[in-house]
Design a protein around this ligand. Structure first.
Ligand code: MLT
Length: 260
């Protein structure tokens, strides 16, 4: 894809749904959604450059790069428009998609994400974490993210989810994690993008999400005209992984309205 090897997965038939993964994860975080929605959708997911099984990028994984790779993948599949769903980093990339490729967007699902750019303090923390990952490997990123990525209910009652997410984080390529931290820190604010979004939009968050709490979801909801907001209970930042049944139940009726 645009001079690189992108690892992707396509399942099902119908209108296209693209799933953009979060950091420091890969396309497997959408297994339950790919299985469920492939009955009525062509579900497309890919590993961002340098993460999962995709080839390394060029030192900085920008949100624009993820969006452009998604559109190049649609070109490759001869698909015009897609509903784009992004979790956290995937949501930041979905904003870049909306800015750069509005004509290729049929609808948006923004889950556990936010429109703001990083604060100077958040950027400093990312740079410190990148140094740690350089020294100690991806374990440093897993140690920093795992406790915050999962809600307290999951940490208490869903040991299989904790193990799965930890394994995915530990499998992330070191260089890709460093490049993604640079891209996350450099990302533009999407506040001005909100009012430019004119496609049906569903915003989801979990009441135990510490990374993108309800206030972030409410700000996006206020900024995107006609958007819907769903708050899931007993889940944190990785809502679709923590409670796939509840997450899918909110998304399925929204998707049905976009098939028309
Ligand atoms: C993610 O889940 O993609 C990350 O939490 C994004 C971030 O750290 O801003």
């Amino acid at each position: 894809m645009a001079g690189t090897e992108l690892h992707y997965d396509v399942r099902g038939e119908g209108p296209t749904l693209v799933l953009l993964h979060g950091f420091p994860l890969d396309l497997r975080m959408w297994d339950a959604q790919s299985a469920a929605f492939a009955e009525r959708w062509q579900v497309v997911r890919f590993d961002a450059r340098g993460l999962g099984a995709s080839a390394p990028g060029d030192g900085l994984l920008s949100m624009e790069r993820i969006a452009d790779d998604g559109v190049a993948l649609l070109d490759h599949l001869a698909v015009g428009q897609a509903v784009v769903c992004g979790l956290s980093m995937g949501g930041y990339a979905a904003f870049a998609w909306a800015r750069r490729h509005a004509s290729r967007l049929r609808g948006l699902i923004l889950t556990n994400t936010r429109a703001d750019a990083d604060s100077p303090e958040a950027r400093r923390k990312r740079s410190l974490l990148a140094s740690e990952v350089r020294l100690r490997g991806v374990r440093a990123a897993a140690e920093a993210f795992l406790p915050r990525a999962l809600g307290s209910s999951s940490k208490r009652t869903r040991p299989e989810v904790v193990a799965r997410v930890e394994a995915m984080m530990l499998a992330a390529p070191q260089r890709g994690v460093i490049d993604a931290l640079a891209g996350l820190a450099a990302r533009a604010s999407a506040i001005d993008t909100l009012r430019e979004i004119h496609v049906p939009t569903l915003i989801i968050t979990g009441d135990e999400d510490e990374i993108s709490p309800l206030a972030d979801a409410q700000a996006m909801h206020a900024g995107i005209r006609g958007s819907q907001l769903a708050l899931l209970t007993g889940v944190g930042h990785l809502a679709n992984l923590e409670d796939p049944v509840a997450w899918n139940a909110v998304v399925a009726p929204f998707l049905e309205t976009l098939r028309a």
